[in-house]
Design a protein around this ligand. Structure first.
Ligand SMILES: [Zn+2]
Length: 315
């Protein structure tokens, strides 16, 4: 993407304004807490979509429907990130969500970007787009696959950590934890956590259950193994402290339209008289990034008519 220095300056101004307004802004993702007079159980919740990605790649295997559904193309991913940025989303970590449960503020339109399995394309395809948009993310890594073909190497893992990415655990070798004896579940959870902590030099506090499967015993062991939260594949965006070991996510599927993606994070894309063609984006005269075209027909638009006439740029 080519961005002129004037556009960069405008975007920087907008970013600074947003930062300046942040503490005062009314959070779009309110954190509600139990009334002080209510009975003892603390109910803290925050509406924060945890987007779930797997591959960011073009799936070249014909007939591989499962692989296709798990593969968001780099072009679609770029359009999705441009949309989030244009609509004022702020990426946060699950640790930020936990702090919000305890009363800390969240930025407006908080969203968690999560990537399962530790595929190499997270480092090569997703990370550059995230950095370009000033976003961060959580990568749930299968510890025993680090360094294997198709997965991030230890060096790439170090690079993503240095870039501010949070590394979470996706177990040692991706079993369905609900089918294993208790001792094997314990080994999976403890070993992955300690190995990833050693590889990253960071505390690993977030867990993603392989296949999203869990039960009360697995969740109990996750807590005992030192994880502070765990995500599933159950759909939803309301994150409750009482369900910290069974948090829902919002799946992003390969081939889904930008309009469908927008809808999944609460953004309605308005059709305008000047749609942004496939693979382009535009900056309005007032400096706001208001349009991006996806890869599904070239008539995907959002924002309003402010970008009409603005020069379109390739994603
Ligand atoms: Zn997985």
């Amino acid at each position: 993407m080519r961005v002129t220095s004037a556009v960069k300056a405008r975007l920087a101004t907008v970013a600074l304004l947003l930062l300046a307004l942040w503490p005062a802004a009314t959070p779009a993702s309110p954190v509600s807490r139990a009334d002080a007079s209510a009975p003892a159980v603390a109910v803290a919740q925050a509406t924060v979509p945890v987007l779930m990605y797997h591959y960011v790649r073009v799936d070249t295997m014909p007939g591989d429907s499962a692989g296709f559904a798990l593969s968001v193309t780099p072009q679609d991913f770029a359009a999705q990130m441009a949309l989030l940025r244009a609509e004022g989303f702020h990426t946060v970590s699950l640790a930020d969500v936990r702090r919000a449960w305890d009363g800390a503020p969240l930025p407006p339109r908080a969203v968690v970007l999560s990537f399962d399995d530790g595929d190499a394309d997270f480092a090569t395809a997703a990370l550059p787009v995230l950095l370009r948009n000033g976003f961060t993310a959580t990568a749930f890594v299968i510890s025993d696959n680090v360094g294997r073909a198709g997965y991030m190497s230890a060096q790439q893992l170090a690079q993503v950590v240095a870039a501010g990415i949070t590394v979470g655990s996706h177990t040692v070798d991706h079993p369905d934890l609900t089918t294993l004896p208790t001792s094997a579940v314990w080994w999976e959870l403890r070993t992955a956590r300690s190995d990833l902590q050693e590889l990253t030099g960071q505390s690993v506090d977030d867990l993603a259950y392989p296949y999203g499967t869990w039960n009360a015993g697995v969740a109990e062991q996750a807590a005992q193994a030192g994880y502070a939260d765990a995500v599933t594949v159950a759909p939803g965006a309301v994150l409750q402290s009482a369900q910290r070991y069974a948090l829902p996510r919002v799946r992003v599927s390969g081939g889904e339209s930008l309009a469908a993606f927008g809808q999944s994070v609460g953004v309605e894309l308005a059709a305008t008289a000047a749609p942004a063609p496939c693979g382009t984006w535009a900056v309005a005269a007032d400096g706001g990034l208001v349009a991006a075209g996806g890869a599904d027909g070239g008539v995907l638009t959002f924002g309003d008519a402010r970008f009409a006439g603005a020069p379109l740029q390739p994603l």
